[in-house]
Design a protein around this ligand. Structure first.
Ligand code: EPZ
Length: 428
């Protein structure tokens, strides 16, 4: 969709919002479907541009992949090892398609992945893990050529850091490889657990997902399945932060509060009421908030890096200081310029690793023109604009569409004055 989101802030939010399935689970599941002999149905998938990009990659690989109502269905076998550079450059998750193609066809030709510009984001750990499993990697400019004519074999792998994507690459390669793979230093994010659950439901054998050591018994044939991807904890965090920023009383339904516990805890400490039940959380905020002091992001179960700009947006009008250090990505706070345009007293420190917020307190934010520069930063600008008096315009909403199925409609249903303007269509 793209275009500009227009917000008239200053109105509290009330009601219940349903959390969609997690983008960061659906994308690896789509890559995993390349390993399955029968059809895969993912139920209740949100219409996101990143999902569309993955469907295009699956079709380029020779599969049938498309929508059946709200589900996504993938069938057929991979027949083509070459992925189009344009599509791979659109998103980071395209790197996850390399291991299944390599395992199935002995060769994968792809390009360095794109994705949000929140840091350097190399793929060296993915490639090193695949090399340990028998792959040969050649890199020329932006192109990657991976070959494994004798197939992949199990290996002992230790990741230099708990990378979500590299852990997913090892899970995918390990299931298709001969013998056992033991992965140490694995990421422990719930999306890894979801991928392992999917692979096991298809006949694979992955143990230890959700801990730092994962053991995969490879070589078992994987069949198709129907699967419900986990809920999107970052979308849930977005809705909770929106309730705090705009004030009001919002129930975030369909996502266990434990999946984004740090966000709820921070909002509670800042002065929100938070009511938790098994599959929902209600965030209430009537009066002023307090700054949260020093916050640090990290791998699960710490505060998620993706949630950092959203928490910041909620605390721009708090009384007192909040400092957020992102320990995962170097350039997470590209949204700081937009926050400043709204009148917030913010600055980035330590080369962009830290965002300092001197809470506006009683001083209100005012509407401004801003541009989304990445997915979560863009959503954070929308959340911040809910707290600003007057009209705000957030351009570049194509970034936001990567991870939210019509964010403005989700917020409008809660009472926000928000809409989207599309540029006029060019005449034929
Ligand atoms: C996933 O990205 C998510 N994307 C990101 O969400 C999320 O921010 C991130 O994990 C951290 O939770 C998807 O799941 C599609 P990493 P990923 O590998 O896998 C370094 C969103 O908004 N690293 O865990 O790319 C890397 O530079 C997106 O939904 C290497 O150095 O993240 C980073 O500093 C944005 N070499 C750190 O590890 C590698 O080969 C963690 O990155 C791999 C990673």
């Amino acid at each position: 969709m793209g275009g500009t989101i227009v917000v008239r802030g200053g109105r509290p939010l009330y009601g219940t919002a349903q959390v969609p399935a997690a983008k960061n689970s659906v994308l690896p599941l789509l890559a995993a479907s390349l390993l399955c002999a029968g059809p895969v149905r993912l139920r209740g998938v949100p219409r996101l541009s990143d999902v569309e990009s993955c469907l295009a990659l699956l079709r380029a690989a020779g599969c049938a992949a498309g929508w059946d109502g709200g589900d996504v269905v993938v069938s057929g076998r991979a027949a083509c090892c070459r992925l189009p550079a344009g599509e791979t450059a659109r998103l980071r998750a395209s790197v996850l398609f390399a291991a299944p193609l390599l395992a199935k066809l002995g060769r994968a030709e792809t390009a360095l992945p794109g994705g949000c510009r929140i840091g350097a984001r190399p793929v060296d750990w993915h490639l090193a893990a695949l090399e340990r499993m028998g792959a040969r990697v050649e890199q020329a400019a932006q192109r990657l050529l991976l070959t494994a004519p004798a197939g992949l074999h199990g290996a002992e792998i230790r990741l230099p850091g708990p990378s979500v994507g590299a852990t997913e690459t090892v899970l995918l390669a390990g299931c298709a490889a001969r013998g056992q793979t033991r992965l140490q230093g694995a990421a422990m994010e719930p999306e890894i657990v979801d991928l392992a659950r999917f692979l096991n439901q298809c006949g694979g054998c992955v143990r230890g997902a959700g801990t730092a050591e994962i053991v995969i018994e490879g070589g078992r044939p994987l069949h198709g399945t129907a699967y419900d991807p986990m809920p999107d904890r970052i979308c849930a965090s977005t809705l909770a932060c929106a309730a705090a920023a705009a004030r009001g009383w919002v129930t975030v339904a369909g996502c266990a509060p434990g999946l984004y516990a740090p966000v709820l805890d921070i909002l509670e400490q800042a002065g929100c009421r938070v009511l938790r039940s098994a599959q929902s959380a209600t965030v209430g905020c009537a009066g002023g908030l307090r700054g949260a002091g020093r916050l640090v992001t990290g791998g699960y179960p710490a505060l998620a890096t993706d949630a950092a700009p959203l928490v910041a947006a909620a605390l721009l009008t708090a009384r007192g200081q909040t400092v957020i250090e992102d320990r995962v990505f170097e350039a997470r706070f590209g949204c700081a310029g937009g926050f400043a345009a709204l009148g917030a007293a913010v600055r980035t420190m330590r080369g962009g690793r830290e965002l300092w917020i001197e809470g506006a307190g009683a001083r209100p934010l005012h509407g401004a023109q801003m541009a989304a520069g990445d997915l979560r930063g863009g959503a954070a600008l929308v959340v911040a604009a809910l707290a600003a008096e007057g009209e705000s315009r957030i351009a570049g909403c194509g970034y936001i569409d990567r991870g939210y199925p019509a964010l403005e409609q989700m917020l409008a249903r809660l009472g926000a004055r928000i809409c989207r303007e599309m540029p006029p269509e060019a005449p034929d």
